[in-house]
Design a protein around this ligand. Structure first.
Ligand code: BEZ
Length: 239
């Protein structure tokens, strides 16, 4: 039975930009985590944070058992991949699925995974069955945009210089770092933190080299503007 045709609730798990750029028509946003995956900036982005000629990098989920067989410079990863689950208002499920298909295309495919609400979430906001069955978009290793393990400095070099229709790639990395910080004291992710620290160093070095001792980089400035005014930049393409 399709989700549209079923009477069950439709919940969506976000582990990337969906954390801070919610889908339309949700009535619940629950922080929590999934297990059995590792979050990595291993998906090339030609349509949001880069272009076909110069793809940026965005996150995908890697099955942990597969990741454990790989050589990754970031050789540890939290057992829990933190993010948020959104419940979509039943009358809008078909519309939101159409919207997400447009928004999340570019190699991502639909999967389902059990979602565990964070400790302390009000039980009254949860469905009767927990963990919650959630739909999640994953760029699997078979998709054309999947990049796989990269040296962290090379990876952050790509993020540093990439820009796409949804804005600068650095804004995405810093947006994810902040969104994770805001979720829970436990929601840190060393991969994201290390890349963010490297990116800050690059921005700072660029400032020293070209601009002298200024207090704000174009990327940081842009990020604050985008974050403070409107959290929906990635939704613009679909509207
Ligand atoms: C997410 O935020 O979970 C997400 C966004 C775009 C593609 C895949 C996942």
């Amino acid at each position: 039975m399709s989700l549209e045709a079923s009477s069950e609730q439709f919940w969506l798990f976000g582990y990337g930009s969906l954390i801070w750029k919610p889908p339309p028509h949700f009535d619940r946003r629950i922080p929590g985590f999934v297990t059995g995956y590792v979050r990595r900036f291993w998906q090339a982005s030609q349509d949001h944070r880069g272009t076909p000629e110069a793809p940026g990098r965005v996150v995908t989920l890697i099955e942990r058992s597969y990741w454990e067989q790989l050589t990754d410079h970031h050789d540890s990863a939290p057992e829990r991949v933190w993010g948020v689950a959104y419940r979509i208002i039943p009358e809008h499920v078909a519309e939101v699925k159409d919207y997400l298909d447009i928004r999340e295309i570019n190699g991502y495919t639909i999967h389902y995974t059990p979602f565990h609400p964070a400790p302390g979430v009000d039980p009254a906001t949860l469905p009767s069955q927990v963990p919650i069955r959630t739909l999640v978009y994953i760029g699997t290793p078979e998709n054309d945009q999947f990049v796989g393990p990269e040296n962290p400095q090379q990876l952050v070099d790509v993020i540093f210089r990439s820009h796409g229709p949804s804005g600068p790639n650095p804004d995405y990395l810093f947006g994810l770092e902040k969104a994770l910080d805001d979720l829970s004291p436990e929601s840190g992710d060393e991969h994201v933190t290390d890349l963010s620290n490297r990116l800050r160093e690059m921005i700072s070095a660029q400032q020293q080299e070209h601009l002298g001792p200024v207090t704000d980089s174009p990327q940081q400035h842009h990020f604050r503007r985008a974050g403070s005014v409107d959290g929906q930049e990635e939704t613009e393409k679909a509207s």
